[in-house]
Design a protein around this ligand. Structure first.
Ligand code: CP
Ligand code: NVA
Length: 311
């Protein structure tokens, strides 16, 4: 019997387990590129619960499960009425009695925690207000492909200290990669959040906070941002756009980074706000590779979680 593991944040894995998942993803991707799709999860079923919109996460999980010989089903909030038509506890007990794994995109991280506490199968966080571990897996896979290893990588995060940034910091800590955060006043992580995100830190990791974006990206070969207004924060649009106006990733900012720097963004992007067309469409941009690596990274995770003898 496989041990029951929920992946609600990356710190639910050890650093070694994270490396194994990335290596598994690399191998599965190489096979896929060579035209081979081994049916490693034949007959397994993934349930997908979405309380928020998605393109990449949904498609990468559904296509990934199909390639691996399994199946998936989308359960949208309005169809299952989670917490309204019936309790989170009852949905979790019933759904987990029929599927092998559940990926859950929730408005509140607490909902996923509660759901997982009742689930008899692994639950994967498919984005909450607090974290986005699947995105960080894909981001690290993209960086490894770009530079061959993490040895000479330094990541700059410019913009909101949000769910995507949190998981990215967690991944960098676990892989020993230096990380710089540049966020405006009032939009930084708290000390408690940083302590929790870096609990599995490995040698080589450092975390610095530099409010001037140009100073922050200096010496960095990965420049990353995300939207200034995340899903659920729409009512703060006006004040956020104003607060982040000096934190746009534009050609001028990219010039301040290392010559070999790449630009990353989890997407969807609001072009003209956090990033200009000039940067997102430039040769330095890796947005498409990053998005397509969602599928390869999550295949690595699914195989590690569900394949007999994989852990
Ligand atoms: N990056 C990401 O999670 O995209 P979606 O919201 O489209 O799933
Ligand atoms: N920070 C964004 C990421 C979307 C993939 C959000 O939560 O809306």
């Amino acid at each position: 019997m496989k041990p029951l593991r929920h992946i609600l944040t990356l710190s639910d894995l050890t650093a070694e387990e994270l490396k194994t998942i990335l290596e598994t993803a690399e191998k599965i991707k190489a096979d896929f590129k060579a035209g081979s799709r081994p049916k490693l999860l034949e007959g397994k079923v993934l349930g997908l619960i979405f309380e928020k919109m998605s393109l990449r996460t949904r498609v990468s999980f559904e296509a990934g499960m199909t390639h691996l010989g399994g199946g998936s089903m989308l359960l949208e909030e309005q169809h299952i009425g989670l917490g309204k038509r019936e309790s989170i506890k009852d949905v979790s007990h019933v759904l987990s009695s029929m599927v092998d794994c559940i990926a859950f995109r929730a408005k509140s991280h607490k909902t996923v925690e509660e759901f997982a506490s009742y689930s008899s199968v692994p639950v994967i966080n498919a984005l909450t207000d607090k974290s986005h571990p699947c995105q960080a897996l894909a981001d690290m896979l993209t960086i490894k492909e770009e530079f061959g290893s993490f040895d000479d990588v330094k990541i700059a995060w410019v913009g909101d200290s949000n769910n995507v940034a949190a998981s990215f910091i967690e991944a960098a800590a676990m892989l020993g990669v230096p990380f710089v955060v540049s966020s405006p006043e009032g939009y930084a992580f708290s000390k408690e959040e940083i302590d929790a995100l870096t609990v599995r830190r490995q040698p080589g990791f450092s975390l610095s906070f530099v409010s001037d974006p140009k100073a922050a990206v200096r010496d960095c070969n990965v420049v990353c941002t995300d939207v200034w207004v995340s899903m659920g924060q729409e009512s703060e649009n006006e004040e956020r756009v104003k607060a982040f106006s000096q934190y746009q990733v534009n050609a001028d900012l990219m010039k301040a980074a290392r010559e070999d720097a790449i630009f990353m963004h989890c997407l969807p992007a609001r072009r003209g706000l956090e990033v200009t067309d000039e940067v997102i469409d430039s040769k330095q941009s890796r947005i498409v590779e990053e998005a397509s690596n969602r599928m390869h990274a999550q295949k690595g995770l699914l195989v590690w979680l569900l394949q007999d003898d994989a852990q």
